[in-house]
Write a new protein. Structure first.
Length: 460
């Protein structure tokens, strides 16, 4: 009987170990909540002081504390670690705040992030500066980018779209007010279209004018036609659309100028330099221009096409330089975007503050996107594997960068969202000639009622 019980206990233990290993690989979130979280929290509580000491994050205690220790315990006075706040478990990891000791800075803690990760058995450790003297440690228990699940609570809003998940388990929010223009690069099947799809559907539910230029005959943006105010599907149509957008920008500047021409002594709230200072009744709706495969606008074969290209590039540069105050924003996508495209390419790229680089085919393409703002991010972009579509490196002119991954969104769901929000498209008279044709949706027959009868034309 004892042998049978021993065999049963061993079998149960092996089954539990096997189940835990399977859950860790197939369901990392469930594994973290049941196993990883208690183990990592226990490691942190038990080894906090020794780990901080090993990482060089301890300092000598104050004179009064040293005297108190000697008087009460008669023990050796040891260096003290940063004072730790409450540990807050999350669905993806742990969060805790540290009050830095005098003489320490957040960079000291960030330099030891890799050591802390191994000491506490988590996937990654990220350090964020909260206020002077206080930093937040965000411990991530597993690779959140392997299977993307967006946070339940995201900081959205007008012209703010949670479009992807960062590697620290926070949402990457595309904020057009903070970063007006953005360049999105990526090779074929890298997830560039998925990023564009999530971004466009996120804006569809807002009162924003959406304009598209898709030189692949509209195959990328045509499914969103019900929500688009204008769509150009080849360079010829783009050459007609861009001057209209420039004229719209100039009209908006005239509107701002008229508001500025007020009598002396007017209240400050009536003086503005962009559309956001205008009264809501006078403020035009913001406009976002999506350009897919921007290289097609630069490629030419004849001298006539070269003249048209120069005009379009000049208009794009004007929109990028002057469009922000007029509420016009650019989202430029392509596979490569360097000086080899022709005159004006480098100047246009310099105006695109945000950069998103998916998997690329060579290092030069990654340098085009990130080399001038965050050189160290180029290596991270070159290391993106082909089996992880949607994974990208995002940066801006501040020099900061991080890895993100876009959640999967089917084209059917995205197109349905655009159909449901078609009534939210602001009316812009100048763009009416470029409004894409949307065929009526065929009625779905009710089950059991037979085919839908087509009405006969009435004879005149």
């Amino acid at each position: 009987m004892t042998d049978l019980m021993t065999v049963a206990e061993v079998g149960g233990a092996l089954a539990a170990i096997g189940g835990a290993a399977y859950a860790r690989h197939a369901h990392p979130a469930a594994y973290w909540s049941t196993v990883g979280l208690p183990v990592s929290m226990a490691r942190l509580l038990v080894s906090y002081s020794s780990t901080m000491d090993a990482c060089g994050l301890t300092v000598e205690p104050s004179r009064w504390r040293a005297l108190a220790v000697r008087a009460t315990t008669r023990r050796e006075v040891r260096p003290v670690p940063p004072r730790r706040g409450l540990i807050r478990p999350t669905s993806t990891g742990l969060r805790l705040r540290l009050r830095l000791a005098p003489g320490q800075e957040p960079a000291d803690v960030a330099a030891s992030a890799e050591r802390l990760r191994h000491a506490w058995g988590v996937h990654a450790v990220y350090v964020r500066d909260i206020k002077p003297g206080v930093v937040e440690l965000r411990l991530v228990g597993f690779d959140v980018l392997r299977k993307v699940r967006m946070p339940r609570r995201t900081e959205g809003g007008h012209l703010r779209v949670p479009v992807a998940l960062r590697e620290d388990a926070t949402a990457f929010v595309r904020d057009y007010r903070a970063v007006p223009h953005e360049l999105v690069l990526g090779a074929t099947l890298s997830g560039k279209s998925m990023y564009l799809r999530n971004l466009l559907t996120g804006l569809a539910s807002q009162p924003v004018v959406l304009v598209g230029i898709d030189c692949k005959r509209g195959v990328e943006l045509a499914p969103f036609a019900p929500r688009l105010s204008a769509l150009a599907i080849d360079p010829e149509q783009a050459a007609e659309l861009l001057p209209v957008l420039v004229k719209e920008m100039e009209n908006r500047y005239d509107l701002i100028k008229a508001r500025q021409g007020i009598a002396p002594g007017a209240p400050d709230e009536l003086i503005t330099s962009d559309i956001w200072g205008l009264p809501e009744s006078e403020r035009p709706a913001p406009l976002v221009l999506f350009i897919d495969e921007v290289a097609e606008l630069f490629l030419v074969a004849t001298r006539k096409e070269e003249e048209r290209r120069d005009e379009m590039v000049t208009q794009l540069i004007r929109l990028a330089q002057l469009g922000r105050a007029a509420g016009i924003y650019l989202e430029v996508c392509g596979q490569r975007f360097g000086a080899e495209l022709g005159k004006g390419a480098t100047m246009l790229r310099a105006q695109l503050t945000g950069r998103v680089c998916h998997r690329v085919n060579d290092e030069a393409s990654a340098k085009m996107a990130l080399g001038d703002i965050a050189p160290e991010a180029v290596f991270a972009a070159c290391a993106i594997a082909s089996e992880l579509p949607g994974l990208a490196v995002v940066g801006d002119t501040s020099g900061g960068w991080s890895r993100i991954r876009t959640p999967y969104l089917s084209l059917t769901d995205a197109a349905a969202t655009c159909r449901e929000t078609a009534h939210l498209a602001p009316d812009v008279m100048a763009l009416a000639p470029f409004r894409p044709y949307v065929p009526p949706v065929a009625p779905v027959p009710v089950q059991g009622s037979g085919p839908v009868a087509t009405p006969r034309p009435v004879a005149e």
